[in-house]
Write a protein that binds this ligand. Structure first.
Ligand code: RUQ
Ligand code: CUA
Length: 658
């Protein structure tokens, strides 16, 4: 029996090879058949595994069909993979210095990490959770990528022309955040505060009474200026929210455009205190059966801010909770216990919520919510006066899919896919009309075990108006037996799943041995128009324009002004010009270096020994380094990229005279 299918698979593959080779060369290569069969046999592969291997294999010189942007978790980075091969293509430094890119070493990138010098100190890590690709008409446009830092309530902007971080903004009124989602045309990037804190920011002792009255959550709408490629804090705003722990959110689109749905948990307002015999945080925070989905009319909020309703708190406009309630900006819809994912269906009509402690996904209808608001169909108000919509008036369906539902994504055929943390599985279920009708609607249709404890999942363009429906990735927190031990810190496990058929099919495992990625976004390769070289020799990666200090051949020079020594330098295979720099101890040295190469991949590095200077100079790139020569000696500097046969000779000396 076993024998037979191995032969069967081998024959299919051999025929495939024959067809390809025959087409190319017009000859038969029948001798390769036994090898292939032997390989399959020796590895004990099943037909499904052989099919999966062929399906995900990208031959040398060929490209992947999709790019996958993954958060780099505690590494503070973004990881870029090709899909379906799942090969790692790039690491982008965001909230941590990244030496290969020279990120955090040049004056330009130090400025980004220090948040344009606003911060007193440069933080050296971030907890990246949610990458979000910029959108046009609710579809990824491939121009920018945003990502949040949960640990320090920051948001970063990455330009996908050169896959580099351009800006980090810090939330002036929040310590932590969760979620980064963009509005359908990227006017705003939204983050919720995860853990409520005193508002405005100061020391307020943590008693229950203080917590209830002085602690608050916030929804922060960062205004994005697409032309500048930057967040504009002066046109951003916040909405004050009760001290519940606001979690993930999603922007409405089409019929729900202008609205935002945001989960919250710990509506119990638990504050912990285990040593004082108070219930542990997680017990206190999951005592009630229902929490509140925040229903936010953010267009209205933006209007009110524009009319001057907001107060400026630490440099950002804030719409008060009172004004939000009085003006119909904020409503609550009850949602099952400890919700997590909040995901809006492709047409903007349904909102899917996964309640971690409920076996159902709960689906709300945007239309019903709007009707209930009109009819004032409230079941009460919360302690802060926020009207609570009657659950049965806004809920469209509950679909029993399994234990621990978290996040949901969609395909192009009316199906939804939800991660089940406790079940360690992906559930595929159907949406209702207009996606699926009658008996086909709101039904669990397939379930696939994953290894193990899945957090997020993401499908190709699976949270946009046009889901791709081909692949899905399960982002598993535990890998247990899937990889060999590499010490007790186990890799995370990405699993690639084919969702193009009726049944989900597991294709491959990819270990991620770097941190805990939370979410990924998957975009067709051709949508990202990235540069192979900087378009103009001397492009400053911060301004993306020709820098006034860029140097051309023959214009290199060293100029001393008082105790400042400025060096205009070029780099090309295989030398730096100048290759000797003489300064005095205590001088401020400023290097302006231009890589004048035009050839793809002709990258140079620039490092000065013992001075913590390390740059990456891609073709056409300009960078500045500034440091005080506070140690006397003779310090070699050299190119750190093996760029040419005489790469080792691409070096020079910095002489610092005592
Ligand atoms: S999280 S595992 Cu998105 Cu930060 Cu859900
Ligand atoms: Cu330039 Cu090595």
């Amino acid at each position: 029996m076993r024998q037979r299918w191995i032969v069967g698979v081998a024959v299919v593959l051999a025929l495939l090879l024959l067809a390809v080779a025959g087409g190319r060369f017009g000859v038969s290569t029948a001798t390769s058949t036994p090898n292939l069969e032997g390989l399959i046999k020796a590895k004990g592969l099943t037909p499904d595994q052989v099919r999966a291997a062929v399906q995900t294999f990208v031959p040398p010189g060929k490209y992947d069909e999709y790019l996958m942007f993954a958060s780099g978790g505690q590494s503070g980075q973004v990881l870029v993979f090709g899909m379906p091969s799942m090969r790692l293509l790039r690491v982008i430094g965001v909230f941590s210095p990244e030496p290969w890119q020279g990120y955090g070493f040049s004056t330009e990138t130090q400025g980004i990490l220090r948040e344009q010098a606003q911060a007193r100190e440069a933080l050296t890590w971030g907890d990246t959770h949610h990458p979000a690709i910029s959108e046009t008409n609710a579809e990824y446009d491939g121009q920018f990528l945003f990502i949040n830092d949960k640990a320090n309530a920051r948001m970063a902007v990455i330009d996908l022309r050169d896959f580099s971080t351009k800006q980090i903004v810090r939330n002036p009124n929040a310590y932590s955040n969760h979620g980064a989602v963009v509005s359908p045309n990227t006017e705003y990037i939204l983050e919720g505060t995860q853990y409520a804190a005193p508002f405005p920011f100061k020391y307020v002792p943590l008693t229950q009474e203080n917590y209830n009255t002085h602690y608050r959550g916030l929804a922060t709408f960062w205004k994005f200026d697409r032309a500048k490629g930057r967040i504009d804090p002066s046109r951003s705003f916040q909405i004050e929210l009760p001290p519940y722990w606001q979690d993930l959110s999603d922007f409405g689109k089409f019929e729900s455009d202008g609205w935002v749905y945001m989960n919250s948990f710990n509506t119990e307002r638990a504050i912990g205190g285990t040593l004082a015999k108070q219930p542990a945080m997680e017990i206190g925070a999951s005592a009630r059966d229902m929490d509140y989905m925040h229903v936010i009319n953010y267009k209205k909020a933006a209007e009110l801010i524009a009319q001057g309703k907001g107060t400026t708190v630490n440099g950002i406009k804030v719409l008060s909770l009172k004004d939000a309630v009085a003006n119909g900006v904020l409503y609550f819809a009850p949602e099952p216990k400890s919700p997590h994912g909040n995901d809006i269906a492709p047409r903007g009509d349904y909102i899917v919520v996964g309640g971690k402690l409920d076996p159902n996904v709960t689906v709300y209808s945007h239309k019903k919510i709007q009707q209930a608001i009109k009819d004032k169909a409230f079941s009460g108000t919360d302690p802060y006066g926020v009207p609570i919509l009657a659950f049965d008036r806004v809920m469209e369906a509950q679909v029993k899919i399994g234990l621990g539902p978290l996040h949901t994504q969609f395909d192009d055929r009316g199906n939804a896919y939800t991660s089940l943390f406790l079940d360690s599985a992906v559930a595929k279920w159907t949406l209702g009309a207009p996606y699926k009708k009658g008996g086909d609607a709101w039904k669990l249709v397939d379930k696939l075990p994953v290894q193990y404890n899945i957090g997020h999942l993401a499908a190709v363009t699976g949270d946009t108006a046009k889901p791709g429906g081909k692949y899905l990735v399960a982002l598993n927190k535990w890998s247990v037996d899937q990889y060999t031990n590499v010490g007790p810190l186990f890799p995370q496990n990405f699993q690639l799943i084919d969702i193009s058929g009726d049944k989900m099919v597991l294709l491959s495992n990819t270990p991620v041995g770097l941190a805990e990625p939370h979410l990924v976004q998957i975009i067709p390769l051709e949508k990202v128009k990235s540069w192979a070289v900087y378009p103009e020799v001397g492009t400053n990666p911060l301004t993306m324009k020709l820098d006034p200090n860029a140097t051309t051949i023959g214009k290199e020079r060293i100029v001393r002004k008082g105790t400042t020594v400025e060096v205009w330098m070029t780099a090309m295979r295989s030398h730096f010009t100048p290759d000797r720099i003489q300064v005095k101890k205590g001088d401020t040295v400023i290097l302006y270096i231009t890589n004048i190469e035009r050839a793809k991949d002709a990258i140079h590095g620039f490092a000065i020994d013992r001075y913590n200077v390390n740059l990456s100079l891609e073709p056409g790139k300009f960078e500045t380094v500034r440091f005080v020569a506070d140690r006397a000696g003779v310090f070699p500097f050299y190119c750190t990229e093996f760029c040419s046969a005489l790469h080792l000779e691409m070096a020079g000396y910095l002489e610092v005279a005592p």
